[in-house]
Design a protein around this ligand. Structure first.
Ligand code: ATP
Length: 354
């Protein structure tokens, strides 16, 4: 079990900075997600925590001990790679016991430990089978068994389910989460899939261009994005952005979006110039007398709800409304964002005004 803290950690590859100065803490026993688009620096951040890459500057602490310049072998962690490579010439038990045997543990002790791990993973009945004929799911379980058998302080996983089809992926992510609930070992997990991050993570770091944009529990990041990038990256369809010229003051949190006056109780900062009003499709109602006017472009049926797309003078809006509501194409209607769920951004910096 381990707490992992990274402080002002930075990574340069030649003239290119892959990770800008980053600071955050992963608490003992957390399932922690590093989330962001391709190339944002999440794998590099993970590899630095694991000791597979050394930081250019900054410190990495595991349980209060600075390990930043130590190699992986001296960090007591286990790395689970995307491709679950198994040793093909060994059976399941041999694959799982390998890390113990190579540390010099006796055969009898290793066997006891392997049985315990196999019981946790539900693979006791295949211990003597060759790995060649195993199903994809069993191969993943064997690879996980090999990672957990040493009781490492922490697990590091880089898109471990990336290569799987959607259905199997969902099944394995549930298994991983259930395994974590039983073991409670600190786990750091890289993904570019926002849904996977929200479903599995106790906490999420969102990265973009080597910068930590936000760090927090999934609900906080989804409901209170710190930047327009985070707002856009999480949620599907993503947050609506209406851009307008205006100003907002702490003692009067009303803004004028064209002629429409909206009070936003969540804003306490001052902002002026180009502002962006952000609200999620599920936080909009369509009402004839609502102040922002929009023309219906399309409607997409999704079962109990439909996504209605409207065009306004300030940008496009998607609204999630009940399917039984009839919303004819080309009709002009009013759009009312729920003021308690609106985030106001400074458009140029992309930062939320709070
Ligand atoms: P992906 O999901 O595509 O792996 P990522 O967010 O995990 O993306 P990283 O793999 O951390 O991103 O890479 C961040 C940036 O650093 C990328 O632009 C990548 O090309 C660059 N990079 C990573 N490793 C090296 C290296 N060894 N030498 C040079 N550049 C590198």
């Amino acid at each position: 079990m381990a707490q992992i803290r990274i402080e002002n950690v930075r990574k340069e590859f030649g003239a290119f900075t892959a990770v800008q100065s980053s600071t955050f803490t992963i608490e003992d026993g957390e399932f922690f997600m590093l989330l962001g688009p391709s190339g944002c620096g999440k794998t590099t951040t993970l590899r630095m925590m694991a000791g597979l890459e050394l930081p250019t500057s900054g410190e990495i602490y595991i349980d209060g001990e600075e390990v930043g310049q130590r190699p992986a072998s001296q960090r007591d962690i286990a790395f689970v790679f995307q491709m679950f490579a198994l040793y093909p010439h060994m059976n399941v038990g041999g694959n799982i016991s390998y890390p113990l045997r190579s540390q010099g543990m006796s055969k009898a002790d290793a066997e006891t430990k392997v049985r315990e791990v196999a019981r946790i993973l539900g693979i006791e009945d295949i211990l003597s089978k060759p790995v060649g004929g195993l199903s994809g799911g069993d191969r993943q379980r064997v690879a996980l068994g090999r990672a957990i058998v040493r009781d490492p302080k922490a697990f590091f996983m880089d898109e471990p389910l990336g290569a799987l089809d959607a259905e199997f992926r969902e099944h394995m992510s549930e298994e991983l989460r259930a395994l974590h609930n039983r073991m409670r070992a600190t786990t750091v997990y890289v993904t570019h899939d926002q849904l996977e991050a929200m479903q599995m993570g106790d906490k999420i770091v969102v990265m973009n261009h080597g910068v930590v944009e936000q760090f927090g529990v999934p609900q906080e990041i989804y409901d209170w994005p710190a930047t327009m990038f985070v707002a856009k990256f999480l949620g599907s369809p993503s947050m609506n952005f209406l851009t307008f010229q205006g100003n907002v003051a702490p003692n009067d949190s009303a803004v004028l979006v064209g002629d429409a006056r909206l009070t936003i109780p969540t804003v306490r900062e001052t902002g002026s110039g180009q502002l962006t009003l952000g609200f999620r499709p599920e936080h909009v109602t369509l009402e004839d007398d609502a102040p922002i006017r929009g023309r219906v472009l399309a409607s997409e049926y999704l079962g109990t709800t439909q996504i209605v797309t409207l065009t306004t003078a300030f940008g496009e809006v998607k609204a999630r409304v009940p399917s039984d509501r009839v919303v004819p194409i080309d009709v002009t209607t009013g759009i009312r964002p729920d003021p308690r769920s609106v985030t106001l951004f400074d458009t140029q910096s992309g930062r939320a005004l709070r």
